[in-house]
Design a protein around this ligand. Structure first.
Ligand code: SF4
Ligand code: SF4
Ligand code: SF4
Length: 270
């Protein structure tokens, strides 16, 4: 555990990502100022602090491993940190950029998107951080929730392991007494198989969960796929529900490929 006799040092490292999960830190606002009384932030480029090689007690890592340089860099970050927490879908499951893992079309897509593809040095696959180095705790979501982030840091500062909440979004949805959008509006909600942590954000606003927190514990994706088919979704649409932000998380990946394997390419309702 972390030595509390000295002010613990933390760092926030960016890999392939959109920076949205780092914003969850900045969105802490006054709580972040309070936190800086108890921790020393050594490296956090988005907040203007630049010391990537500093030895720290906790390293937060945002982003997937998408380049050879990142694979080399993550080992350095691991060596210089006692505790590593990955933050966000990119870091925990490869993120949206892992869609390129599905079809081995990395080079075609790169050439179609970039005006000068010869300057783009990316790998064929985007991978989660835990594929390469030991990760002590994962915070899922796209983006992560600032409240969860603060709770995890506070747990570590109090010398206890952070709570790993793997329940399904549905449980939180029911605790908040939200009306189920799948039952009442036939919306294809991924809440029954998605890990909670967001406070059932989307159903709270009358929309279906699209799985940004990744798979919950024991997700029954086969049953939910059957339910989606009952709502009128064709296999291609069901596959796209699973193969989105967390397409490389095994439970969603497998469910998406199973649906896709029976896709005959017909028009479908998303
Ligand atoms: S998980 Fe989402 S919000 Fe976070 S860095 Fe990746 S794309 Fe951005
Ligand atoms: S709206 Fe979605 S998350 Fe909420 S109970 Fe219904 S299926 Fe579950
Ligand atoms: S309800 Fe689903 S998609 Fe919406 S924020 Fe929560 S986990 Fe993400």
């Amino acid at each position: 555990m972390i030595n509390l006799e000295k002010r613990p040092r933390i760092a926030v490292h960016k890999f392939s990502s959109c920076d949205g999960c780092q914003l969850a830190f900045l969105n802490l606002g006054g709580d972040l100022l309070e936190l800086t009384k108890r921790v020393e932030i050594m490296h956090f480029l988005e907040a203007g602090l630049d010391d990537p090689e500093a030895k720290v007690d906790i390293a937060f890592v945002e982003g997937s491993l998408s380049t050879q340089d990142e694979i080399e860099r993550i080992h350095k970050v691991r060596e210089s940190s006692r505790y590593m927490i990955t933050i966000g879908a990119c870091a925990t499951a490869g993120g949206l950029q892992a869609l390129r893992n599905l079809d081995n079309q990395h080079e075609q897509w790169r050439d179609a998107i970039y005006a000068k593809p010869e300057f783009i040095k990316t790998l064929n696959h985007a991978r989660p951080i835990a594929d390469e180095v030991r990760v002590d705790f994962e915070l899922w979501g796209c983006p992560i929730n600032s409240r969860q982030l603060l709770a995890a840091v506070n747990s570590l500062l109090f010398g206890v392991p952070p709570i790993d909440d793997r329940d399904k979004v549905c449980l939180e949805c029911k605790r908040q007494q939200r009306v189920c959008v799948m039952v009442t509006e036939d919306k294809p909600c991924l809440g029954p198989v998605t890990r909670t942590g967001c406070g059932a954000l989307c159903p709270s606003f009358g929309r279906d969960c699209y799985g940004c927190y990744g798979p919950a514990d024991n997700p029954n994706t086969a049953s939910l796929s059957g339910r989606f088919a009952g709502l009128g979704l064709l296999p291609g649409a069901i596959a796209r529900r699973f193969l989105l932000i967390n397409s490389a998380a095994p439970a969603f990946h497998d469910a998406g490929l199973i649906a896709r394997s029976s896709d005959t390419g017909g028009e479908s309702h998303d």
